[in-house]
Design a protein around this ligand. Structure first.
Ligand code: XBP
Ligand code: MG
Length: 257
């Protein structure tokens, strides 16, 4: 069981981006003349539904916005979501968010050591492309594959996107390590059998991380030490590839299992 690949979630893991997504949704609603505004509390609840289109549809199905008297009959959800995606790209391009601590460092180390790396996310492909062209530009020279919201029908917490990634990369679950920030993402990876390291993010502090290999606040930088919240003994400022290899190779004993 040798570690051969890192499978990176995007939102919350590479960038703590859900606040940007929330802003983009609200801007899209305003531009469409819809009186809906998702505040942090409501958005936190809505994050239980993965995928932006699915989130809007769930909001509508649950009667959201009805009290504001907005006419929802015939609403073009796909068009509204396309607008949200364009607005999100603008926010990312304007530098409204950065990579989370340790992400670029660990990606570079993994590439230098010959590990394969793929993106495994429920967000839309254009968002991933924007991320690769902006914050991740020059970090990883070549990604092995990108698996996005368009790749499967059933989004996280369903395991489908991880199952597809393993199939297409030709790897066993035990050859890989997933990096996730949310209970939904952890659930998807675990159902596919992929050992998972969790770095909690802004909206996921209260999630259930049962079964994670380890849980951290972030991956850490030399000047910005990370904090282990659960997992094997750890006495360093940063999570590096050596740690990942060790934890990946250990029999699964804890991490809330
Ligand atoms: C998190 C998500 C995404 C974004 C919205 O994805 O649930 O749906 O909130 O993205 P992950 P879209 O943590 O798997 O990266 O609007 O593009 O769907
Ligand atoms: Mg995530």
């Amino acid at each position: 069981m040798t570690l051969q690949a890192l499978l990176w979630d995007v939102d919350g893991t590479i960038v703590d981006s859900e606040e940007l997504h929330r802003q983009a949704f609200n801007l899209a609603f305003a531009q469409a003349g819809l009186p809906w505004r998702w505040d942090r509390e409501e958005y936190g609840r809505l994050l239980g539904v993965a995928g932006g289109r699915e989130r809007i549809r769930h909001f509508l199905a649950a009667g959201g916005g009805a009290e504001a008297g907005s006419g929802r009959a015939g609403l073009d959800v796909a068009g509204l979501h396309r607008r949200k995606t364009a607005l999100y790209a603008g926010l990312l391009e304007s530098g409204a968010a950065g990579l989370r601590p340790g992400v670029a460092r660990l990606m570079r180390e993994a590439e230098a050591c010959g590990l394969r790396q793929a993106i495994v996310t429920t967000t839309s492909l254009p968002n991933v492309r924007t991320l690769l062209d902006t914050l991740l530009c020059g970090v990883v020279r070549s990604w092995d594959a990108l698996f996005t919201g368009e790749s499967v029908l059933a989004k996280k917490p369903a395991p489908d996107i991880y199952v597809l990634a393993l199939e297409q990369l030709g790897l066993r679950a035990s050859d890989c390590l997933a990096l996730e920030d949310s209970g939904l993402g952890l659930c998807a990876a675990r159902l596919a059998g992929v050992p998972t390291l969790v770095t909690r993010s802004q909206y996921t502090g209260g999630d259930d991380f049962c079964g994670a290999l380890a849980i951290f606040d972030h991956l850490g930088e030399p000047g910005l030490p990370c904090r282990r919240l659960f997992g094997p003994p750890f006495n360093a400022a940063c999570v590096d590839l050596g740690h990942l290899r060790t934890w990946h190779g250990q029999p699964r004993t804890g991490a809330g299992q």
